[in-house]
Unconditional design. Structure first.
Length: 466
């Protein structure tokens, strides 16, 4: 059996399955789909033990909301007593000393954690090809990449190797692979979900979020994970349920609709969807967004700057891998880092160090911060007048493995997703259409800050109406 949603799990439990039998069927399925390379490690014994505990709780009627559900986690989310490496050699052998708050909140509701999932090294990438464990294959077409950086999480949810999975989104790493695997991917508002226990890439962008096979599930899971956490000072205490007055107006951005990189079929679908929304009574308002050209550069200046600082802790002394051939402190740092980090991570550490360096700081880092403010202001201005901004998630569909070697070409895959990370807004990618090449692509909705519940429910409604 394959279970893809929380409601399917509830149904299975009602019809006599147990958490244990459900967990076993997931374990079997994970092994059947090993060729996808989505799982780095299966927590088999642990999951079976958890399942038995959950069954005891079900019998006692003390089970939580996620009893019977099985989650798999991106390899940058800490789970106490289990390995975590961010798919990097530099964290080889490292074990988490604590559990990420977001995950703990799901465990408190009796979710079973079945394993950790492949991703781009330190979540840097758009194709899941920079992992030390090798690339993940797209379950819908194994000659294609699943997207990244949370490629393993996308494939695990899409192939129903778990009830839902967790990923992280710094510049699109949940929404972009969701678009390419026909799943729902949600990046919550920055601050909605605690980052405690998420291995940091770019701290002012990173958010944990779910991959699911329904909007209901994205809502249930994000709501459970969200809320103030004393271990993350940027986490917000704002209520999940915020009263929002619906305006019946959706925004589109001219520069996005007309972007030369947009696949012609994606573009055609975008226009026909806009027409449908009009037909069912929505007003569509078109805006100019004068910072289109600045989105990707601003993102890469700021995220690499933050990464160069965050990744300085991996020095061969404090965590994981240490070069065996090194003599003395300096050489240990240099050799461990040279051997432990992959090419893309090194590129970003160097770029980030450069934009922060004396003499270039004002021209790059400080300037990018100013542009980020302009992007936020313009986004808020649009969302003051509209319920959501409607846009493609990705310019096209999943590409062949090894097809893109130029880093800039790879960075441009994020053109429609980095916007929400720069501005902090919640953004959801929903499965939308199949391209004539047979591959899926998603549609993205971005809403006002902390309107996470609102945008999920709006999409639920729009999905039904369409
Ligand atoms: N592809 C983007 C990058 O490489 C986004 C990654 C992410 O969201 N973690 O930085």
């Amino acid at each position: 059996m394959a279970y893809g949603t929380i409601s399917e799990i509830k149904e299975a439990l009602r019809s006599g399955e147990s958490a244990l039998s459900i967990t076993k069927s997931y374990l079997k399925r994970i092994k059947e789909f090993q060729n996808l390379n989505a799982f780095i490690e299966i927590f088999e014994d642990d999951a079976l033990r958890q399942a038995k505990d959950v069954d005891a709780k079900i019998a006692n009627r003390t089970a939580g909301k996620l009893a019977g559900c099985v989650v798999a986690i991106k390899d940058n989310i800490c789970f106490k007593g289990h390995r975590v490496t961010a798919s990097s050699k530099i964290l080889d052998g490292f074990e988490s000393l604590f559990t990420a708050t977001a995950l703990q909140r799901l465990i408190d509701e009796d979710v079973i954690v079945i394993g950790r999932l492949n991703c781009d090294e330190f979540a840097m990438g758009s194709s899941n090809e920079t992992s030390v464990y090798g690339p993940v294959k797209n379950n819908l077409d194994i000659s294609k990449v699943p997207g990244g950086s949370s490629g393993g999480s996308a494939v695990a949810a899409s192939a129903k190797l778990c009830t839902f999975s967790l990923g992280s989104d710094t510049g699109g790493s949940i929404r972009q692979p969701a678009s390419w695997t026909k799943t729902y991917g949600f990046k919550p508002t920055y601050g909605r979900v605690s980052r405690y226990g998420l291995i940091a890439y770019a701290s002012s962008f990173d958010q944990i979020g779910p991959f699911t096979n329904s909007i209901d599930d994205a809502e249930i899971i994000t709501k459970l994970m969200s809320g103030k956490d004393d271990f993350d000072s940027t986490s917000s205490s704002k209520n999940w349920d915020i009263k929002v007055n619906e305006k019946g107006r959706l925004a589109v951005i001219s520069e996005y609709l007309q972007h030369p990189g947009l696949d012609p079929e994606v573009k055609t679908e975008l226009f026909s969807t806009i027409a449908k929304f009009k037909k069912i009574g929505y007003t569509i308002k078109e805006y100019n967004f004068p910072f289109m050209e600045q989105l990707v550069p601003t993102y890469y200046i700021l995220s690499t700057a933050e990464a160069s600082s965050n990744l300085s802790r991996f020095d061969g002394v404090h965590y994981g891998f240490r070069s065996e051939k090194a003599n003395g402190v300096e050489e240990t740092y240099v050799k461990s880092r040279s051997q432990g980090f992959g090419k893309e991570v090194k590129r970003r550490i160097m770029a980030g160090t450069f934009v922060l360096s004396h003499g270039y700081y004002d021209a790059y880092y400080a300037k990018a911060q100013q542009v980020r403010r302009l992007i936020k202001n313009k986004t808020n201005e649009i969302l003051n007048e509209c319920d959501a901004i409607l846009m493609p998630t990705t310019p096209g569909t999943a590409f062949e493995l090894n097809a893109i070697s130029d880093p800039i070409q790879m960075y441009l895959q994020d053109i429609f997703t980095v916007h929400a990370n720069l501005s902090g807004n919640p953004a959801l990618s929903i499965p939308w259409k199949l391209h004539s090449n047979g591959l899926p692509f998603g549609l993205q909705f971005m809403a006002e800050n902390f309107n996470d519940g609102f945008v999920l429910n709006l999409c639920k409604k729009l999905e039904k109406e369409l």
